[in-house]
Design a protein around this ligand. Structure first.
Ligand SMILES: [Zn+2]
Length: 480
């Protein structure tokens, strides 16, 4: 073990104190998506800034300006940039995290008050909004700093921090900051950064630690079919006119097969098949069909083969139909012919797919299929938003360091995973700083981030703090 015993012991000895500090952080309802909570997001930034300063970090709060949310102009919470360690002989690691959280109300179905952290000593669960996403991991870094400061130990690397308060609301302002700081070169805040570490995702299951090297991107479409000037009565106009809903449902049925295959020509062809080495990564993952069935609450996997199912989520594109705006959906038997309906669907994408390439397949295809209907209705289709996918080199020394750190702390090899969702800032760091980005999660797959009864297990918080610290030692010892 490359991390000093006294560091590991300090984390164990101070667990109670660390848990109560997490309770303090959870008690600040820093919900970025609710304008009324904006002062709390600022309060959280001040709290975190204070903690960092106390632990010897030089900080700078960067004003990101204002934005409009739900018709209201609001000040954006600051990005907190921090630095500790200026030794040119050491590597420099940039840590990212976010101090804002998803909304939560007890009435959503929480068993406890979401902004009062409840530690259940029996189960080891620490319940509260933000416990795992992303206050627990941020506090994990604070725990590492505190251990080193109190014990008088030098950190094995130079650290840079970038903490934001708008992650749950589109990371507004952050991309520009990262780009402008990077453009300053060595004088900028991110000058000299050798690698980035982000702890803001989860293990694949509840048992095995993981390190994550990929994220899917997304293209979200809205297609609208409109016809009559107003909603019609089917008893009066049924079989007299072209009905928008009939056209729309026909079009939606052309997009994806029940087995998940994307039917839009050209989309599936963009992704090369997995070679033997890559398949082996998925074969080795500690995951079962039962895990999927437990997570979704029904035996409905597309295949009984674990590797196929996992590749479906991690390295294949997927097309999901999300909903129909303007359709009749209430109880009862209303005999309406809706005048205008919009189908919403999205495609999760993986390298080397790009949103542009996908759009270039989808738009002409949908238009051509609509033309085949010989309908007199009108069709429009638009891309509502998109984001590119990301995959990192998992053989990079930073990943090797994370693997060794996991083996040291958890006595087992980590799962090497890709996520089905996205964390857009990952791509910004990777492309702007042009360094390796590592996702090193702290929490488990069942933590319920973004959901009711979000929790972080005590052992994940404490062992996770040891993991983050040990990772820094492994980075310090790595030969580049
Ligand atoms: Zn998060």
């Amino acid at each position: 073990m490359v991390a000093p015993q006294e560091f590991l012991k300090f984390i164990d000895d101070n667990a109670t104190k660390f848990i109560s500090r997490l309770g303090e952080a959870v008690a600040i309802p820093s919900v970025s998506g609710d304008g009324a909570r904006r002062p709390d997001v600022f309060k959280m930034s001040a709290w975190l800034d204070g903690q960092l300063k106390q632990l010897g970090v030089t900080t700078k709060l960067v004003d990101l300006g204002k934005h409009v949310m739900d018709g209201q102009e609001l000040p954006l919470p600051p990005a907190i940039l921090g630095r500790i360690g200026e030794d040119p002989a050491k590597k420099t690691v940039l840590i990212y995290g976010h101090y804002d959280v998803q909304p939560a109300e007890k009435s959503d179905g929480w068993n406890t008050e979401p902004f009062t952290m409840v530690f259940n000593e029996k189960t080891g669960e620490m319940l509260g909004r933000g416990s795992t996403d992303d206050k627990g991991p941020i506090l994990g870094w604070l725990n590492v700093l505190e251990a080193h400061k109190t014990l008088g130990l030098a950190l094995p690397v130079n650290l840079r921090f970038c903490f934001e308060g708008m992650e749950e609301s589109g990371s507004e302002g952050l991309d520009d900051l990262i780009k402008s700081e990077t453009a300053k070169g060595n004088d900028g805040f991110f000058g000299g950064v050798d690698c980035v570490c982000i702890s803001d995702n989860y293990w694949l299951n509840t048992r095995t630690p993981c390190i994550t090297y990929g994220l899917r991107g997304l293209v979200y479409f809205k297609m609208t079919v409109s016809g009559p000037a107003r909603d019609l009565h089917s008893g009066v106009f049924g079989r007299m006119v072209h009905e928008p809903m009939t056209d729309l449902v026909t079009l939606l049925s052309k997009l994806v097969a029940p087995d998940g295959t994307i039917l839009v020509p050209g989309v599936e062809d963009m992704v090369p098949p997995a070679d033997f080495d890559e398949k082996e990564i998925y074969d080795k993952l500690d995951y079962s069909i039962q895990d999927v069935e437990d997570a979704v609450g029904a035996p409905i996997t597309l295949s009984n083969d674990k590797t196929t199912v996992l590749m479906g989520r991690m390295r294949m594109p997927s097309l999901s139909l999300h909903g129909i705006e303007g359709a009749f959906y209430s109880p009862g038997a209303k005999t309406v012919i809706p005048a205008c309906v919009s189908g919403k669907f999205s495609i999760r994408i993986v390298p080397p797919m790009t949103p542009k390439a996908v759009e270039d397949c989808v738009l002409p295809f949908v238009k051509a299929e609509f033309a085949k209907l010989n309908s007199k209705n009108k069709l429009t289709i638009e891309n509502l938003h998109d984001g590119r996918p990301w995959v990192a080199d998992h053989k990079h020394w930073s990943y090797e360091a994370a693997r060794r750190a996991t083996e040291a702390v958890y006595q087992r090899s980590p799962d090497l995973t890709r996520e089905g969702g996205s964390i857009p800032v990952t791509l910004t760091f990777a492309e702007t700083l042009n360094v390796n980005v590592l996702l090193l999660p702290m929490g488990r797959g069942d933590d319920g981030a973004h959901s009711t009864n979000e929790k972080l297990d005590r052992s994940n918080f404490i062992e996770g703090s040891k993991l983050l610290g040990t990772y820094l030692y492994e980075v310090g010892a790595a030969t580049v």
